[in-house]
Design a protein around this ligand. Structure first.
Ligand SMILES: Cc1cc2nc3c(=O)[nH]c(=O)nc-3n(C[C@H](O)[C@H](O)[C@H](O)COP(=O)(O)OP(=O)(O)OC[C@H]3O[C@@H](n4cnc5c(N)ncnc54)[C@H](O)[C@@H]3O)c2cc1C
Length: 387
């Protein structure tokens, strides 16, 4: 398949270099890491050293000077090799982007080189137990105390807090406690007194764990606030759009991995006169899935190009659509891949069944399928709101 028209030579070179790295680790590496309850430290470190984790970050702070186009290529290719790095969605894509665009000079110097080479990691926490999809209801509150901030609240499902040096927490200031969300973003080091985290048992077969956070009167210096307390929404979406694009990349890499395994199997598995792939009941759903994955990739690429060009509004719409399309394509591709292998689809040896729950994450997080349909209904089509 040629990407000549869609992607530059540099992008294709990046794609094949990352694919080669992914091939050296592959699914067996990730399966072992997950089974042993470890983290993909070796792959993370090597990808960081090669500059892949920070391709989107500014060169003057140790990054590659590219954008979300490049970062999504990296994640997609690692996923297609069977070893996606989920924390790329939060650490360089959300946190790195927000700090690079809105952070102070000190924050940039303190964080970007480490995020870029992978030696430091930052998690991202917005979801709350009583807010969920409705971020306007978040209650994590920052109170001023002299020059300090004092942060109190609770978060759920926050990925990677155990390995992250800090978490970027979305809160709201005390004087904007109710009504339309006026968010503010804080960098909270993992060891800050009052910052507690507890692992949530999940059925997702991934190395990255999810945590419930308690912020109990967490005292932060003034410079823990990222950017401007009055421009929080703009800053937040500067991070959330890359998150959606990167979630699409995470899903589509997985979908490509699953489809490739299924196609290989369908070519060789013979139970009648010809390989099972000769039956259209097996071939057509795989072909359909391949088309849907390609369509979703195209929207992901569009969203990434728009984002990197600085058009946040258009990128927002495209990022939502790409995340939606990727979620649906991934769930279907993984389901069809498992089915193609018959009983082997559920055998540990083939490593496909463990992707089923991972694929569902792409439909739910970071913004659910229904909330994207709501967004498109209201914002794109101008239809009235039911809630
Ligand atoms: C593996 C995993 C990792 C995650 N990592 C992070 C992370 O690192 N940081 C972070 O902040 N969060 C993270 N999340 C949280 C994730 O973003 C939320 O789960 C997601 O936003 C949905 O919120 P919720 O779970 O509260 O569902 P709810 O908001 O309770 O929604 C439940 C269902 O109701 C539907 N629904 C809700 N409102 C409407 C409506 N108005 N119209 C129609 N349907 C509606 C939803 O579509 C969904 O199907 C993670 C989640 C998972 C599963």
């Amino acid at each position: 398949m040629s990407h000549a028209v869609i992607e530059s030579e540099e992008h294709r070179a990046l794609r094949s270099a990352v694919a080669a790295l992914g091939a050296r680790y592959g699914r067996s590496y990730m399966d072992t890491v997950v089974r042993e309850g470890k983290h993909p430290e070796e792959l993370w470190a090597e990808a960081g050293k090669l500059g892949y984790l920070g391709v989107n970050l500014p060169e003057e702070y140790g990054g590659g000077g590219g954008g979300i186009v490049e970062l999504s290529i990296v994640l997609e290719e690692l996923g297609a090799a069977g070893c996606p790095l989920l924390l790329m969605v939060v650490s360089p894509a959300i946190c790195g982007t927000v700090i690079a665009r809105f952070g102070t000079e000190e924050q940039k110097r303190a964080w970007l080189p480490g995020l870029a080479d992978g030696s430091r990691t930052m998690a991202f926490g917005i979801t709350e137990p009583d807010a969920g999809s409705n971020s306007h209801r978040i209650t994590t509150t920052a109170r001023r105390d002299g020059d300090d901030w004092v942060l109190t609240g609770r978060k759920v499902f926050i990925s990677g807090v155990d390995v992250a040096d800090a978490t970027m927490i979305v809160g709201r200031t005390e004087d904007a406690r109710t009504g339309k969300l006026k968010p503010c973003l804080f960098i909270v080091d993992r060891e800050t007194p009052g910052f507690g985290y507890r692992q949530i048992p999940m059925e997702v077969a991934a190395a990255e764990k999810q945590f419930e956070l308690t912020l109990d009167e967490v005292r932060l210096p003034a410079d823990a606030l990222v950017g401007d307390e009055d421009a929080g929404l703009l800053q937040l979406f500067a991070g959330l759009n890359p998150e959606r694009i990167m979630t699409a990349a995470f899903g589509l890499g997985m979908a490509r991995f699953a489809l490739a395994r299924a196609v290989d199997y369908a070519k060789t598995r013979e139970v009648w006169k010809s390989p099972i792939g000769a039956h259209q009941a097996i071939a057509h759903p795989l072909a359909q899935s391949h088309i849907e994955v390609e369509l979703a990739r195209l929207m992901m690429q569009k969203a990434a190009v728009l984002y990197d060009s600085g058009d946040d509004m258009a990128a927002g719409e495209a990022a939502n659509m790409a995340k939606y399309a990727a979620g649906e394509a991934t769930v279907k591709a993984v389901d069809q891949a498992v089915h193609t292998l018959g009983g082997n689809g559920l055998a540990s040896e083939y490593g496909l069944a463990s992707l089923i729950t991972g694929a569902r994450v792409v439909r739910i997080a970071p913004v659910s399928r229904e909330m994207i349909l709501n967004f498109v209904s209201h914002t794109t089509l101008g239809l009235p709101k039911s809630y």
